[in-house]
Write a protein that binds this ligand. Structure first.
Ligand code: SAM
Length: 231
């Protein structure tokens, strides 16, 4: 796959001036030269094959071909809601969810979760999504939704009917049809018994990944794999 570069703007065939970190990435980090081919995308589902025509000190000029529609998406909706883990583990989580094709991530607030997700953190998460999409070839960005409390999310009628809550004491899940799904994973301290009961009442399935206690990101990723690759 050609090296991919992201711009947050509408695109057309023809000239494009790449600026800022993406221009630096192309010229300094990737050491791409004039005449070489790259791919540009903006998250609208298409990608633009392009050729480098000029490399300046602060910008890079590209010549974009007409776009092509290339989908590397799952083909159904997969939402993951879990508290944001601390430090580098947040980056790891968002990168891997993006690579796995998850369509939306919801920072989840529960009784025992500790990290509040403000606007600046959301922007950081969006940057992780963009970086992972450059690498894995997604032309649609995983959506970072606004933080939700568990009380608010658990009985939301707009969620897909397939609702999984990670719970070591839940049932083991086998092969099934891939379809829209929402996955909820608790914080380091786990869901409270009341939060689990609210999930049961609202029709969620308690899904176990075995008897070991997994970290937030391990449980979220394993459940995302299960929901995206079955059937
Ligand atoms: N001490 C907590 C407890 O016992 O619930 C540990 C919480 S764990 C670090 C964080 C979350 O990951 C849990 O709330 C649950 O949603 C999910 N999880 C951890 N291990 C799991 C397993 N074996 N199967 C399914 N989900 C799991």
């Amino acid at each position: 796959m050609s090296q991919r570069f992201y711009v947050n703007q509408p695109l057309d065939a023809g000239r494009l001036l790449l600026q800022g970190p993406e221009a630096r990435h192309l010229a300094v980090v990737s050491r791409i030269r004039v005449g070489e081919g790259v791919v540009v995308f903006n998250g609208d589902g298409r990608e633009w094959p392009a050729r480098v025509v000029r490399i300046g000190k602060r910008d890079v000029e590209l010549d974009l071909d007409p776009p092509r529609e290339v989908s590397r998406e799952l083909g159904f909706q997969l939402i993951v809601a879990c508290p944001l883990p601390k430090g580098d583990r947040a980056h790891f989580l968002i990168e891997k969810l993006t690579e796995l094709g998850v369509t939306a991530y919801i920072p989840l607030e529960t009784r025992r979760s500790v990290i509040a997700v403000g606007e600046s953190r959301v922007e950081k998460l969006q940057r992780y999504v963009m970086e992972a999409s450059k690498q894995c070839g997604r032309n649609r960005l995983m959506e970072i939704r606004l933080p939700r409390t568990w009380v608010d999310l658990v009985a939301d009628p707009g969620l897909p009917p397939r609702r999984w809550l990670g719970d070591a004491a839940g049932e083991r899940i086998g092969a099934d049809q891939p379809k829209d799904a929402v996955i909820a994973v608790g914080p380091e301290g786990g869901f409270t018994p009341e939060e689990v009961e609210a999930a049961r009442t609202a029709g969620w399935t308690l899904v176990s990944l075995g008897p070991r206690t997994l970290r937030i990101e391990t449980a979220a990723l394993a459940l995302a794999v299960l929901a995206s690759s079955t059937g």
